[in-house]
Design a protein around this ligand. Sequence first.
Ligand code: ZN
Ligand code: ZN
Length: 382
Amino acid sequence: MSGLAPGPSDAASELKGLPPLRVEGRLRRLRDRLVAAGVDAAAIVEPANVRWLTGFTGSNGTVVVLGCGEALLVTDSRYAEQAPAQLAGAGCGGEVEVVVARRAAEAVAGRLEGATRLGLEDSVAWSEQIRWSEAVEVETVPLTGIVESLRAVKDSAELARIEAAAGIADTALASVVPMLRPGITESHLQQALDGAIRSAGAPGPAYDTIVASGPNAALPHATPTGRRLESGDLVIIDIGALVDGYRSDMTRTFVLGDPSDRAAAMLEAVERSQAAGAAAVAPGVEAGEIDKACRAVLDDAGMGDAFVHGTGHGVGLDIHELPRVASGSAATLEPGNVLTVEPGVYFPGFGGVRVEDLLVVTDSGCRPLTLHPKTSLVPLPA
Ligand code: ZN
Ligand code: ZN
């Protein structure tokens, strides 16, 4: 709890030289989408959506967008000072009225007169939906992906933060690679990586850092354990950093000593698959095509069945956001999209390989934000 939390401009100074985050124009773009969807008011509660629209970072905020062009941020008394300061810092102080109240539905019921269809996000709990339905006489309709699809295209200030986060993860990983040797535990490496992320200037990791070695590397979402690394192990490290609320995401695979023929074949196939997927990333391309490109390489290598997850996802304020990069995804890539391409193969009892880059879609193709070498053979100590 905090009465005087930092405003966005203070938070931005975590790392020097980042341009300020500004939200101007976002509510207007949301309104255009709402009109197109036949929705004349909306209540937005997802924290990342609230933050993206207004700059407000508190844990309890509802942005109410009214058809007449007004917008409100309803929050509780803990944020009575922070909310107006953050809205002003983000450039929407004159556009969004702060209402301090315990319950948004009751607080704004009188302002929704004339509205007929109120949009609520998919994640809104049943109990909350019922509360809205009881407070206001409007039909509630789902706002599936409307704010999220706007968030999928990053502006230059957002990109600067994601790129800074990716750079921090690169630096952190490089500083911990010399610790990769038989005998060290996965959890020790995780702690070292998280410490290195903080030393490099981020407040922390973007998600729970994964270190998975030997047979544990066969689990796509492994949690680090007390297992000690052994010579010949495949070691998957999945690491991202957090800068001003924005995240990065990268996976690298290492081998301790000389790889077995099987491990070498896996490394080679996944690197080629990842390169094929990245080569397909360009504006105008359907995200499903990237998945197809990655899968074709692994199918040819006889490992298609071992690629058991989607190819990638957008990254921003959330670690998993739009665009979805998976089989059948019809999302068309646009300049400013930030997404991962992360094929992997997993063989229970043996191990796995995953290579994940974070890419930004440019006017002509894409640019990688994660630069650490994709796979590495770590020499064993003499
Ligand atoms: Zn990852
Ligand atoms: Zn990822």
